[in-house]
Design a protein around this ligand. Sequence first.
Ligand code: PSV
Ligand code: MN
Length: 392
Amino acid sequence: MSPTPEALAAARSALAQQTIELPSWAFGNSGTRFKVFGQAGVPRDPFEKLADAAQVHRYTGVAPRVSLHIPWDLVDDYDALARHAKDLGVQIGAINSNLFQDDDYMLGSLTHPDARVRAKAVQHHVQCVDVMRATGSTDLKLWLPDGLNYPGQDSIRARQDRLAESLQEIYAALDPEHRLILEYKFFEPAFYSTDIPDWGTSLLHCLALGERAMVVLDTGHHAPGTNIEFIVAQLLRHGRLGAFDFNSRFYADDDLMVGAADPFQLFRIMHEIVQSGALAPDSGVNFMLDQCHNIEPKIPGQIRSVMNVQEATAKALLVDTAALTAAQQSGDVLGANGVLMDAYNTDVRPLLADLRVEQGLDADPMGAFARSGYTETIVAERVGGTQAGWGA
Ligand code: PSV
Ligand code: MN
């Protein structure tokens, strides 16, 4: 069944308000533990990363914020960086801390048995809060690489106690308008036991911290077969879904373009979002991308990803909720599933093209960016210097 004109109009107005946050690191070089491939024209510093991110916003109209990663995005003057962002028509989003690239953290950071190392890791977050103040960011995002490779290596329970204490110190350093958003990941770099392996552990720590602590759901951080939309529904029910790190995975934390590996999963997630009213700009859910473009060009990779989120959202908005509820209430299993699949199988590209034209954008963001000549310009201009990447 095709959607009614009213349904299309309602979807269009909801889509017009959607925003997606881009990761600064998506524009730098990245790779696997086997090889990082350099690409011509890659940014040399955070200012150039913002310039590239602004291109994604320019052609999609829905990506006005950029997450930073500290220390990858260390600069001397964050006021200047924030002004630069503003001039480009974007703003600084979440500030990501980094607890995974310092020798001191080999046996852990916020959970480390040595109080000196824990204090250093907490202090890093105090530095990140300063960056938030200078840039106007309101989200401090933590992902903890801490964990154990071998049974008996450390006390699982003591590590949770140390983690709770360290998190409390970080939370106390926040300003009232700041949130702490806490990511989880079931494995890697630790292989036996990870200190925040799942949404339940993250949620327990958030509940202990206070109302401004929220869970971050990275779509790449679950075991195969995990029902991610269930987690979304559950966290929304408790008002604790702070943000997504969107990406796609086939096997592990693959960081592929969101909606590439499993567009149906993305639709199911967005369905839970829409049904809970969490798409509204004031819902408190930050829709961020956390991706790396190892073999594909980076700016088009981000544009494609943003469009994939928009398409999944549009389909979720076209679910005939009245028909779905009626089918669910009457126990019509096939009918209910049919309503959902009708929406999923709708070609929403014309709807999104219309919306872009209405907003003064090109109907085809990928084509418009390709024709703009921006890639050729940065390849010609960004010569010399050190290209940004994971370690830079
Ligand atoms: C960890 O795998 C993670 O998802 C965290 O969000 C990090 O900050 C990010 O990746 C770095 O790419
Ligand atoms: Mn992530």
